[in-house]
Design a binder for this molecule. Sequence first.
Ligand SMILES: C[S@@+](CC[C@H](N)C(=O)[O-])C[C@H]1O[C@@H](n2cnc3c(N)ncnc32)[C@H](O)[C@@H]1O
Length: 354
Amino acid sequence: MTEHDESADQQLKPVDVIAHSALPVAGLMQIILGHWGTQVVSTLATLGIPDSLADGPRSAEDLAEQHRADPRALYRVLRAAATLRVLDHTEDETFSLTEAGHFLRTDYPFSMRYNAMLHGSRWHWDPWSLAPEAVRKGGETFSDHHGLPYYEYIDRHPEEGDLFDHAMTAMAAQAQLLAVPLHDFGKHKVVVDVGGGAGVVLSNLLETHAGLRGVLFDRERVVDNAKGLLTEAGFADRVEFVPGDMFASVPGGGDCYLLSMVLNDYNDDKARKLLENCRAAMDEDATLVLFDMVIPGNGTPSFATLGDIECLVVSGGELRTEPELNTLLGSAGFRLEAVHRGFSPVCAVVAKPE
Ligand SMILES: C[S@@+](CC[C@H](N)C(=O)[O-])C[C@H]1O[C@@H](n2cnc3c(N)ncnc32)[C@H](O)[C@@H]1O
């Protein structure tokens, strides 16, 4: 055998192909083509197909007629969704929801429909195509693409704003609520929920602790929505609704200040300003609680490292390690007391005024 033949032979050994080539390449291809799956699931959610499958299997033709879609194109998307195990595809050419597929229904408990729609939507997705630029300049590309930072953009585009709010509300019910038991909110009298969104977390706190009162502080449009939800839940008389800009000031009067999935939206300079505004509103013995994903550091793989890139590209913010949070909190007049980790990637970070 010539030297050349030997190397060709080595390249063809199945064991090498499996151990050193096929699996890593297949895995890499899956990552490279991840947006195919995102778009298939987002398309189903946007068209409302999972809602139409809630009562059982249906054919592509039947669904296409209801949703005024092209039957062949819809069939192909349904078939792809079956490969992703979001749908089941039967031999008689009908489609039904798998266990995961039900979570794309609007009315399903812990529905992820709006998150699927948000992350596949053109306006939210397009800035990701500029991710290399975000890395070059070290900041968000959302405003490069849309001409406005994220929150200003959704204020001026109500449909997109509604989608974002719905997605955040669903995320809060999935992830943030799992962080609630990590801190004893029962020892507080008034929780000021800064950037409290639709009030999912505050509602849960008020339900769990009968003696607790709350302040829901957010942008005007968001506070108006939250008022409806918290009133419906029967908590209106225990909540003060305060619209405003947290970068101008934060309401006083609380003995606990909660920033739930808020700090990650900002770079260190803006995050420090926000923390300083909280500190200025707080008494010496008040408590600051952050619900945030905390990056484990030391090279440990973590979902939070990917969420961090969403922050970089979309809002210009970042997720932080415990030492980074310690430094940031210290620079804004706080002492980091504890980082409590639970079942979800969202941790409860507790700090006290220095
Ligand atoms: C990622 S969401 C988190 C919502 C909620 N705390 C949760 O855990 O689901 C960030 C929130 O910060 C609010 N926000 C953004 N900029 C703000 C500002 N300048 N002043 C007050 N709230 C703001 C947004 O409206 C949004 O509700």
